[in-house]
Design a protein around this ligand. Structure first.
Ligand code: ZN
Length: 149
């Protein structure tokens, strides 16, 4: 098995290091502007809303819905050859930010737009934990939603 191609891992940039540190602790965080409060992902140096450079990191719920799905029929890296077709999804979190990820429990061609999902953490190496997403119960189970009359 040692001659199997190694999966490419995300390059941890200085800007995104707090995100990967949190993922290792199984926590999902996004960058937050300290002046206007706008959440953003991936991290950027300047707030696109107010141009502030002051930013911190905030834990988010990890709950969201599938915003878009792209099904890959060709492996763009040899390590993914056995997984074709696989899906790259964009998840819109309840907090409004969108994260590119993958779904762990639904076949690539069967992932519906709007699917309610929540984050799960895939410890790939001691350094890298990938936040991925799994199906969760629908929005009706959300606390505070109106029940039957
Ligand atoms: Zn701002």
């Amino acid at each position: 098995m040692s001659d199997a191609p190694t999966r490419p891992l995300p390059a941890v940039t200085r800007e995104m290091a707090p995100f990967w540190d949190a993922a290792r602790r199984h926590q999902l965080v996004v960058q937050r502007c300290e002046d206007c409060g706008a959440l953003r992902f991936p991290a950027r140096e300047v707030c696109s809303r107010c141009l502030s450079r002051r930013a911190g990191w905030q834990p988010v719920s990890g709950r969201g819905t599938v915003f878009s799905v792209a099904v890959m029929h060709q492996a763009n890296h040899p390590a993914f050859a056995a997984e074709v077709p696989y899906a790259v999804v964009v998840v819109e979190l309840e907090e409004g930010v969108r994260i590119v990820s993958s779904i762990v429990d639904v076949p690539a061609r069967e992932i519906p737009i709007g699917l309610p999902v929540e984050v799960v953490f895939d410890d790939v190496t001691p350094e890298i934990t990938l936040p991925r997403f799994a199906t969760r119960a629908g929005p009706s189970s959300r606390p505070g939603s109106p029940g039957p009359p």
